[in-house]
Design a protein around this ligand. Structure first.
Ligand code: SAH
Length: 508
């Protein structure tokens, strides 16, 4: 391969087995700085959201009906990426060097003179068993464990798998990529002396919401797997340690285990909700229906932000408004004190929490995040501030917001200016095939966190899976659902994400 000058470095990063929480801090930091990200199917969608907005994302895995990019082409692609970008991340499931072909990529980079680094990941070989309640070693059972692959390079004519050696090995045995030839491999092992009565397990989609596990013995595992319809990706564990699973299986006790839940909010904001649901054991499909974009008139917005310190009140209608406002504010001003002595109103606890990140407390906030409630709160607390008549207010909101706040404050003789901080548009990217997953696999619960998520979800024309229940974040979202003839099965008590998560658990 010719040595061409490389602009940057390639980081071969292990994504872990599926749970984004199992990514290393170093890996996450590099993903957030990457100019280019090359990934395949086993990388969790949540990790894609850690990238910068302008990061070039390249999918090289299998797509429905299409084969994955051949390894030599991936190798060449990485060399090209390094020539074009300063920081290229090659994200690989589990650990890059455990049957991940990371070695081949590293060799190709080395041959092309491209600098690279490796960030190890948690391999499914250890995480798979752990998430199924199986410790790969246990003092009383074993003093060693063996990891092997059940599926060799398709190009190889003869198996070089050391069946006799594996059969004779002591301790726990973990097989990756073994599902397509499971029956043959287990038979071959038994023929070579592996005890058929030894406990064995298969764990599919370990450390994800779709985790499925079956335990049996070496002799009966192939049948059990067939019966439970367990296929790739799965790890197979053979050894006495498997017998500990009934005691040590912590995962199936999680409250949302076995439930598939759809999250429709923006990719950037999805993580807070997804993470909480995932931690409770849910299988989360992140299907962002909307994206927060610049306001139509950026100049108007910038001017409103510059003038903000002159108002008596700043009224924030959404967490997105707060974020966008302060992004623009700090582009002009360096010091939060430039905001002046304005009083601050927030439509609800989520918006107040966002303001708190900037060290700002709110003077008026209703418990329920609804515009009408904010007005009622102004009416209740008005006297403390000498009322709102003849008071100047800057109302910071998204272009699609309802007009209630403006109209009602004007009615009360406030002098209200508007600061249009963003617009909500349809999300058109679906890099991980979430829509196809929803169509094919269905879902138990779908969550709506705003009216726009409802409208944009409906615009996608996806069939709502049969029996799928609906959780709404609050009354306005519920009213929008009603416009489409839908009644949520539950509404969050508080119009906050934690409250929505609580509601989802009640739907169990
Ligand atoms: N480098 C990866 C392995 C890649 S080979 C690692 O260290 O985990 C692909 C195989 O890994 C799959 O066939 C399956 O056996 C296993 N695997 C990867 N992710 C898995 C998961 N979440 N659950 C079960 N098995 C998984």
């Amino acid at each position: 391969m010719s040595k061409r000058p490389s602009k940057g470095c390639v980081y071969l990063i292990g994504a872990g087995p599926g749970d984004p929480g199992l990514m290393t801090l170093k890996g996450k930091d590099l993903i957030s700085r990457a100019d280019c990200l090359v990934y395949d199917a086993l990388a969790a969608p949540a990790m894609l959201a850690w990238t910068k907005p302008d990061c070039v994302k390249i999918y090289v895995g299998k797509r429905a009906g299409n084969h994955a990019l051949p390894q030599t082409e991936i190798n060449q692609l990485l060399v090209r990426c390094a020539a074009e970008h300063e920081t290229t991340v090659r994200l690989k499931g589990g650990d890059p060097y455990v049957f991940g072909r990371g070695g081949e990529e590293a060799v190709a980079l080395h041959a092309a003179g491209v600098p690279f680094e490796v960030v190890p990941g948690i391999s499914s070989a250890i995480a798979g068993p752990a998430y199924a309640g199986i410790p790969v070693t246990h003092r009383e059972c074993c003093t060693q464990f063996t990891v092997f692959t059940g599926h060799e390079d398709a190009g190889k004519s003869e198996s070089t798998l050391d069946i006799a050696g594996i059969a004779a090995a002591h301790g726990t045995k973990v097989m990756l990529m073994g599902m397509s030839r499971l029956r043959e491999t287990l038979s071959a092992l038994m023929a070579a002396g592996q005890g058929g009565g030894v406990p064995a397990a298969a764990v599919q989609w370990a450390a994800t919401g779709r985790q499925k596990c079956v335990t049996a013995t070496v002799a009966t595992l192939a049948d059990a797997v067939e019966k439970e319809d367990i296929s790739s990706p799965a790890v197979v564990i053979i050894g006495e340690v498997v017998a500990l699973a009934p005691q040590l299986d912590w995962r199936s006790k999680l409250p949302l285990c076995g439930k598939r839940v759809v999250v429709t909010r923006t990719r950037e904001q999805a993580s807070e909700l997804s993470q909480q649901l995932t931690q409770l054991g849910a299988d989360v499909i992140e299907l962002p229906t909307i994206r927060i974009a610049d306001p139509t008139d950026k100049r108007d917005f910038a001017e409103a932000v510059v003038d903000a310190p002159h108002y008596d009140w700043l009224v924030f209608s959404s967490p997105n408004g707060v974020r966008r406002f302060f992004q623009a504010f700090f582009a002009v001003y360096e010091d939060i004190r430039e905001i002046g002595g304005a009083r601050i109103a927030a439509v609800g606890p989520g918006t107040a929490a966002e303001l708190k990140k900037f060290g700002l407390m709110v003077d008026v906030m209703p418990r329920k995040a609804v515009a009408e409630e904010l007005i009622a709160e102004f009416d209740r607390k008005g006297d403390e501030f000498g009322g709102v008549a003849n008071v100047t207010m800057l109302w910071v909101h998204g272009e699609q917001a309802r007009r209630v706040i403006y109209d009602e404050l004007m009615k009360r003789q406030a002098i209200v200016d508007e600061c249009l901080a963003y617009s909500t548009v349809a999300e058109t990217e679906d890099p991980c095939g979430a829509q196809a997953r929803l169509r094919e696999e269905g879902a138990d619960i779908i969550t709506f966190t705003s009216s726009s998520t409802v409208r944009h979800f409906m615009a996608l024309n996806l069939p709502l899976p049969q029996g799928c229940r609906i959780a709404s974040i609050g009354p306005v979202t519920t009213a929008t659902l009603a416009e489409f003839g839908l009644t949520p099965d539950i509404e969050a008590a508080d119009h906050t994400i934690p409250s929505l998560v609580e509601a989802v658990q009640k739907l169990k």
